[in-house]
Design a protein around this ligand. Structure first.
Ligand code: XIL
Length: 672
């Protein structure tokens, strides 16, 4: 029994209604025809849910070569100068939105996102502001500027650089001297962010700076400490922009570390002003790859289109030459984003865009197929968290048994779903797996070791092995994957619980995923040869608000494609459980939304029909019927089936006493 877990679960369902407002869906990929998708920067970035943007100068919008490239390649724009203070409020209280509007309206009519740049900055600041010496005056001038500008662009700007370049270069790690810091004190940044949040609560609020790309630099550390402090104290901040004005060598080797360390604080990261002296192909590709490897790196903006448009034009730092031709760095950038050379030549879809799965799902559910079978020593309220393989002519199902006195595991097998209800339940607490807290099993066969693995939670991530899946007494005593909870989980788990361990391997590595009931999906890694030992490098593989990314993750390989599918259970605005889905081309990669929202869920009562009667409104923890049974967890691309837990919608009370039953979903909108 784990009383903490019980408390957490019960609290979760009570509070779930409060989660509605906090449910954030990561930006969905913009739909584009396949042929286009594979051959432009913006559309290729959109395949992983990211944007690829550029700085735009209003003065160049009359140049057809410029706008031709702009509209073909980019799905986000940042005004290069038009939203800066010296353009928008050149004299106090007199606002000039013309040039900014020109860019904003054009972006809207071309389906491009808009980054707002920038509200509070020591540079390109009119002298009437920089000469203010009175704190009250400056505070109201700053707040008024933020409020007026954000109000004007409300609904048009996706993310605002609220404060730009406030930290000093060099070794101090402190804020630079500026009229804002000198007159208002270092608290001006917090003040600016709070004002910005109330002006436009829907816009993402970013801190933007340069020379914060190298992790060990004092300036990076200074900004990191500020963001950490903001998150700890609830000061509103959603993103960190790393300008990324690089020298010829490109990004520092720690760039990806920096991105993921900021992201681990619970903010998005964006590359906001990328340009690289001499634009080497490797430097651009390395920059793009670092972003793609970090789930919360949500987009890349280059600081201009052609070298002749650049503020560093002498260094030829951009992706298009002065005539508007694609430079070699363009090709390496597109390739790094996932586009293939063949696709660029022929206009054919790249292999990655050959999406095997649809982007929305419909299901039909069975009635309850498996119910608990209590005996004299097993008073069981619910049967939960099923894992299933089809092997040797039989379905082999492992599940949690739940009751207020504790959790353990059960095994049953049957040759046909019609016999699932009559199968014998083998209680695994009678085997070497033993009594005590064991839950949420996952079963697979390790082909190298010729052993079945049962992975489950015990407070740690544990496993048992068995040479014969059909022999319930063959399981070994539990062993742990970790010596203790990895630091990153300890740091992020908050009031959550470490649950739902999941192992999947590709040909080189095995990955162990787990959840914390607090909005984080973790991933650790070891080599196939070392498995089950050596799980290290634990990172946050995905994160969202607590109820939007709650628990019960599944990760699968989709047969016949190079796609992986991630499912995570969320708690909906109705307090009911449902699943969201993402895909990735790599198990260690970032996940892009597939059917990931409450309105377009992977599986929720809203996209499931119940021909035998609506016996549940929760579509909760379960597992796909796989195409095989080994460690690659391969699923078919067609006619998916999902074994899940559901319960009487009217049942309530203690989470551990709920009457969970197992049912089977069958996909009804498969096109193959
Ligand atoms: C630059 C523009 O590109 C130039 O046209 C302008 O003269 C000066 O500013 N960091 C920033 C950007 O945040 O706003 C700057 O843009 C480049 C450095």
């Amino acid at each position: 029994m784990n009383p903490l877990k019980r408390l957490g679960r019960r609290r979760a369902s009570v509070l779930s209604l409060l989660a509605v407002a906090a449910l954030v869906t990561p930006g969905a990929a913009t739909a584009a025809p396949d042929a286009v998708r594979a051959s432009t920067l913006g559309a290729q970035a959109a395949q992983s849910g990211r944007y690829f943007g550029t700085a735009v100068a209003a003065g160049r919008l009359g140049d057809g070569t410029y706008t031709g490239i702009l509209d073909r390649e980019f799905n986000s724009v940042t005004p290069e100068n038009e939203m800066k203070w010296d353009t928008i409020e050149r004299s106090r209280g007199s606002f000039n939105f013309g040039p900014g509007d020109q860019i904003a309206n054009r972006a809207a009519s071309h389906g491009q996102r808009l980054r707002g740049h920038t509200l509070v900055w020591h540079s390109q600041l009119p002298s009437w502001v920089s000469s203010i010496r009175d704190a009250n005056t400056l505070r109201s001038v700053m707040n008024n500027h933020i409020t007026q500008v954000m109000n004007h662009y409300k609904g048009k700007v996706y993310a605002w650089d609220v404060v730009n370049e406030a930290f000093a270069d060099g070794g101090s790690g402190q804020m630079r001297s500026s009229v804002f810091r000198d007159v208002l004190g270092t608290g001006f940044i917090e003040q600016a962010f709070r004002t910005a949040r109330s002006a436009d609560p829907a816009a993402k609020l970013c801190y933007n700076d340069y020379n914060i790309e190298n992790w060990s630099d004092a300036k990076t550390q200074g900004v990191y400490r500020m963001v950490r402090d903001f998150k700890a104290r609830g000061v509103p901040i959603d993103c960190v922009g790393l300008q990324s004005h690089f020298g010829a060598g490109g990004p520092p080797s720690s760039f990806q570390t920096t991105l993921s360390n900021f992201a681990a604080l619970g903010v998005d990261v964006q590359i906001t002003e990328l340009d690289i002296a001499q634009a080497s192909t490797a430097a651009y590709a390395n920059t793009v790859r670092a972003c793609l490897n970090v789930a919360r790196c949500t987009g890349i903006t280059v600081w201009g289109i052609r070298d002749s448009d650049s503020w560093r034009s002498g260094e030829n730092p951009l992706l298009f030459d002065r005539s508007g031709n694609k430079k070699p760095a363009y090709q390496s950038t597109l390739t790094a984003l996932g586009g293939s050379a063949a696709a660029q030549r022929t206009g054919a879809p790249s292999p990655r865009s050959a999406t095997a799965l649809p982007s929305s799902f419909r299901w039909s559910s069975s009635g309850p197929l498996v119910a608990p079978k209590p005996d004299a020593t097993h008073r069981i309220a619910g049967i939960k968290d099923p894992s299933v393989v089809y092997y040797n002519g039989k379905y082999h199902v492992f599940a949690s048994t739940a009751s207020p006195s504790g959790y353990n595991l059960v095994y049953l097998s049957f040759s046909d779903w019609s016999q699932a209800g009559s199968a014998t339940h083998h209680y695994l607490d009678r085997t070497a797996i033993g009594a005590g807290y064991r839950a949420a099993p996952q079963v697979f066969y390790n082909t190298q070791q010729r052993l079945w693995y049962l992975v489950y939670q015990t407070g740690n991530a544990s496993y048992s092995t068995n040479p014969d899946i059909s022999n319930p007494n063959g399981w070994s005593a539990p062993r742990n994957f970790y010596s203790s909870m990895p630091d990153i989980i300890r740091q992020n788990i908050g009031n959550g619980y470490w649950v739902d361990m999941w192992v999947i391997c590709d040909s080189a590595n095995c990955y162990l995923f787990s959840s914390d009931d607090n909005g984080h999906l973790y991933r650790s890694q070891t080599t196939v040869g070392q498995f089950p030992n050596g799980f290290t490098n634990t990172v946050i593989a995905a994160q969202d608000s607590k109820y939007a990314l709650f628990e019960a993750s599944n990760v699968y390989k989709v047969q016949g494609s190079n796609q992986y599918l991630l499912l995570v259970e969320a708690i909906g605005s109705d307090g009911r459980r449902y699943f969201r889905s993402w895909t990735s081309s790599s198990l260690a990669g970032s996940w892009s939304p597939l059917a990931a929202s409450e309105s377009n869920p992977f599986a929720k009562s809203s996209n499931v029909t119940f021909p035998a009667g609506t016996w549940t409104r929760d579509i909760s923890h379960g597992e796909m019927i796989r195409a095989g049974y080994d460690q690659t967890l391969t699923i078919p691309a067609c006619k998916l089936q999902y074994l899940y837990q559901g319960k009487d919608p009217n049942a309530g009370g203690d989470y551990d006493n709920l009457p969970w039953r197992l049912g089977l979903l069958t996909q009804t909108n498969s096109t193959c």
